[in-house]
Design a protein around this ligand. Structure first.
Ligand SMILES: Cc1ncc(COP(=O)(O)O)c(C=O)c1O
Length: 371
């Protein structure tokens, strides 16, 4: 079809084969489709508390400046975040979401035909961006739904340009531990770049989970990715960051668009960093909500995966897509997992207590289980 359409005849052929990323269904869309006004969304691992109040105040205070371009180097945010993390500003890069930094890393490091090693059942953007640059995405199977770092290290070939790992892993919520991670790092060739996506690290309460930051070094090819989208409640503003050795970060900064992070996102992220009360309330809400949902799932006889993130992967007795569709009709948006290779699972993120209850009631109804 591509070849016969003169409009796209010049497009690189592999691009016509890309599977678009399927985002969580927007609340507004479901409400429009079903004529509802009280739908809830527990599908994109967003912060149920809303945005950080300090971030909101900073946005309001800066609204009258949006006719000006943003600071292309995010100077103040970079200074603040570097001090907060205890690293140098030269070791930081900001992106229009951490998604963008993934894109930059893959574009910078993976030539056409180059190999990106990651795992099965992980964030779909890794494979999508790799394929977009003509790279080869090689997912190593999880072991009991956990990342098998030994198998990943063994899968490295002379063609491997990048390894991307997600800890805690989306959509399983599972983690690898410090010891496994250190053994893994020690087993790799020194010039092979590892990307550690820590989008959900803020929610991990197991002290054995490593923070990539502890392994940041000017002579180590390791880049950590973090986001303001989840624990800080700023998903709609699009801001995330990467930390890594300054020469590599410098190259990524040359590659990015000059105004990739907008003005409001910069001021909001700066303010959110200081909003320790909001972060503490978020973590408390997520940890309590997660315990409550898991307890109820257990009572309903449903199997779920032990999670260190703000979401739960649940095995369902009928196809997950069917559960997703039926839950939509109840005004509850969750995520089907067929695109992630888990057709008999659904993923739900922790919401407000009343949202969690509504999810559990709808699930019971859809599955015909009496609680
Ligand atoms: C594992 C993982 N990495 C990265 C992202 C992207 O986050 P951002 O909103 O910062 O682009 C997500 C978003 O869902 C994610 O689940």
């Amino acid at each position: 079809m591509a070849a016969s359409n003169p409009l796209i005849g010049q497009i690189l052929p592999h691009l016509t084969q890309l599977t678009p990323y399927q985002a969580g269904k927007p609340l507004e869309e479901l409400e429009r489709e079903l004529g509802l006004t009280d739908a809830i969304k527990l599908a994109s691992n967003e912060n149920p508390l809303g945005p950080s109040p300090k971030a909101l105040a900073a946005i309001q205070a800066n609204l009258l400046s949006i006719h000006r371009y943003p600071d292309s180097h995010a100077y103040y945010l970079k200074e603040d975040l570097a001090a907060y993390l205890g690293i140098s500003p030269q070791q930081l890069i900001f992106g229009n979401g951490s998604d963008e930094i993934l894109d930059l890393l893959i574009r910078a490091l993976v030539p056409a035909g180059g190999e990106v090693l990651s795992t099965t059942h992980t964030f779909l953007m890794y494979g999508l961006i790799t394929k977009a640059v003509g790279g080869v995405f090689r997912p190593v199977p999880l072991k009991k739904l956990r990342v098998d770092l030994k198998a990943v290290a063994q899968a490295v070939t002379s063609q491997t340009r990048l390894i991307i790992l997600n800890n805690p892993n989306n959509p399983t919520g599972t983690v690898f531990y410090r010891e496994e991670w250190e053994e893994f790092l020690a087993a790799l060739p020194a010039n092979l770049t590892v990307v550690l996506d820590e989008a959900y690290l803020d929610f991990a309460d197991d002290p054995r989970v490593p923070s990539g930051l502890a392994y940041l070094a000017e002579d180590r090819a390791l880049v950590g990715l973090r986001t303001f989208s989840k624990a800080y409640g700023l998903a709609g503003l699009r801001i995330g960051y990467g930390y890594g050795p300054s020469p590599l970060i410098d190259c990524l900064n040359r590659l990015r668009m000059p105004f990739n992070v907008n003005r409001l996102a910069q001021v909001a992220a700066r303010a959110a960093l200081t909003d320790t009360d909001f972060l503490a309330r978020t973590l408390e809400l997520v940890l309590n909500g997660k315990a409550e949902i898991c307890r109820e799932l257990g009572l309903l006889g449903l199997e779920y995966v032990d999670t260190q993130a703000n979401f739960i992967l649940i095995r369902v007795p009928i196809p997950g897509r069917q559960v997703f569709e039926a839950m939509l009709r109840q005004g509850v948006i969750i995520r089907a997992m067929d695109a992630y290779g888990l057709p008999d699972h659904i993923r739900v993120n922790v919401g407000l207590p009343q949202e969690n209850r509504r999810f559990l009631e709808a699930l019971q109804q859809v599955l015909g289980i009496n609680g």
